[in-house]
Design a protein around this ligand. Structure first.
Ligand code: GLY
Length: 290
């Protein structure tokens, strides 16, 4: 808790948040209703948690209403909202990432898949609640994942564009940082476990559990990642006229050839936040305001 907060509202909240503030029955994606509520209650600071309202422009809408919100604009949140945009951006900025190709045409995607080695990764470009990534150990599995995304449209329009990527092997790490559009302040590195089953097997989920600090990212490596990955993201986004303000989350694979970015998230990670925030000694509100 922060001495600067005397009233806390959570929209829509849940049974746990009711213990720390007042739940408000407005869905996180009802942007107009959220702005109206923020106006009505003269909310000093809105902190946006999930990706869908960020990508839909809730921070822009709150700013247009003359109020303060912590999180990236819709244009900056494309780093998470479009994996195709993020991949293209990383290639242009020389940010280390895995080899991958982007497709809108199902036939072209099938043809590319036939030339790749397995295991291979098939990703829906748009938002799919953490479930749009299939790590496929056989070509048959990959063809099925591709068909489900592009033909069955199990993720709706999120699968109209797909990425087919070489599978990176190593230890995974999550490096989250506070960003003000120019500077980057990394948090402790964390490890989350995305796969459904015990022993880190099965399909990817939105996240099963995690811990921090991750011993795989000692301070010298975090500093190297700040210089080679996080700062170039902030500089590149600012140069494009879409400065990145908020929490930038780099999902990394520590391969034998060095760290590679798997994905960016435009927000605090779940479950990483549950292990990172208890390690924070500063007042979180001061950070949000900065
Ligand atoms: N831990 C991954 C995520 O929040 O999407």
């Amino acid at each position: 808790s922060s001495p600067q907060v005397d009233r806390l509202f959570i929209a829509p909240g849940n049974g746990g948040t009711a213990a720390v503030g007042q739940n408000v029955p407005i869905d996180a994606e009802q942007i107009e209703a959220l702005v109206a509520f923020a106006r009505q209650e003269s909310i000093d600071l809105t902190v946006v948690g999930p990706e869908a309202p960020l990508v839909a422009g809730v921070v822009d809408a709150i700013a247009q209403a003359g109020l303060r919100a912590f999180g990236p604009s819709a244009a900056a949140a494309r780093l998470e909202g479009s994996k195709a945009f993020a991949k293209q951006f990383m290639i242009e900025e020389g940010i280390p990432t895995g080899m991958g190709a982007i497709f809108r045409d199902y036939g072209a995607a099938q043809a590319y898949l036939r030339q790749r080695e397995t295991p291979v990764v098939v990703k829906a470009s748009g938002l799919a609640a953490g479930k749009g990534v299939s790590v496929c150990s056989t070509r048959q599995e990959a063809e099925e994942a591709l068909r489900q995304m592009m033909v069955e449209r199990v993720f709706g329009p999120a699968g109209d564009e797909v990425l087919i990527e070489d599978c990176l092997v190593g230890e995974e790490a999550s490096l989250l940082a506070f960003c003000d559009g120019r500077t980057v302040a990394p948090m402790w590195p964390a490890r989350d476990y995305k796969r459904l089953g015990d022993g880190d097997v099965g399909p990817n989920t939105g996240g099963m559990g995690g811990y921090a600090p991750s011993p795989y990212l000692p301070p010298a490596l975090v500093e190297e990642l700040r210089v080679r990955i996080l700062q170039p993201v902030i500089d590149g986004m600012r140069r494009r006229g879409t400065p990145y303000v908020g929490v930038l989350y780099a999902g990394l694979m520590l391969t034998e050839e060095g760290p590679r970015v798997l994905e960016f998230n435009a927000r605090f990670g779940d479950p990483e936040t549950q292990v990172l925030l208890p390690l924070l000694e500063s007042d979180l509100v001061d950070i949000f305001l900065a």
